[in-house]
Write a protein that binds this ligand. Sequence first.
Ligand code: NAG
Ligand code: NAG
Length: 153
Amino acid sequence: MRVLSALLLMTAVAAPVRGDSNFTAETHSAPPVKTVLKSSFHLYREGSVFEETCAVVPFRSETLHRCAYNHSDPLVMIIHGWKINGLMETWIFDLAHALKARLGRVNVLISDWRNLARQPYPIAAKNSRQVGRDVAALLKWLEVMKIVNANVF
Ligand SMILES: *[C@@H]1O[C@H](CO)[C@@H](O)[C@H](O)[C@H]1NC(C)=O
Ligand SMILES: *[C@@H]1O[C@H](CO)[C@@H](O)[C@H](O)[C@H]1NC(C)=O
């Protein structure tokens, strides 16, 4: 058991050093200690269903490339409210579509905290603090990645 955890630790330590050119980005994008995110973030592209969005995973810079997140464009975040049915309602995609149509170049991120929201109201309300922390962590990471991105390319 001790050997196994030592091996896992070594893998974790060795991971950022794999590619020299990526070293800076990987180092900067390491999550701060004790950052556990309970919501997820999805870049709106086209369409009107959740399945057509692209998952941006905080502290995994390759997901920004995969989703074609553009650091030059402004960011708008759509955060849903209390949901007892657990559905991503259509107003979210209507709003995302309208933002794209109106602003042209913009990153529209949809926050998904349905697991925390699918609770009796007082619990969901309490959980919204976690959502605030998740959004803060995402924004801090995006700020760092914007600087890294500007220096690398
Ligand atoms: C970073 O590494 C990925 C693969 O891990 C590679 O596709 C990408 O081109 C690298 N980026 C740079 C700037 O070297
Ligand atoms: C990112 O956005 C800027 C300004 O909106 C644009 O000039 C640039 O071509 C975009 N980059 C990519 C890779 O689409």
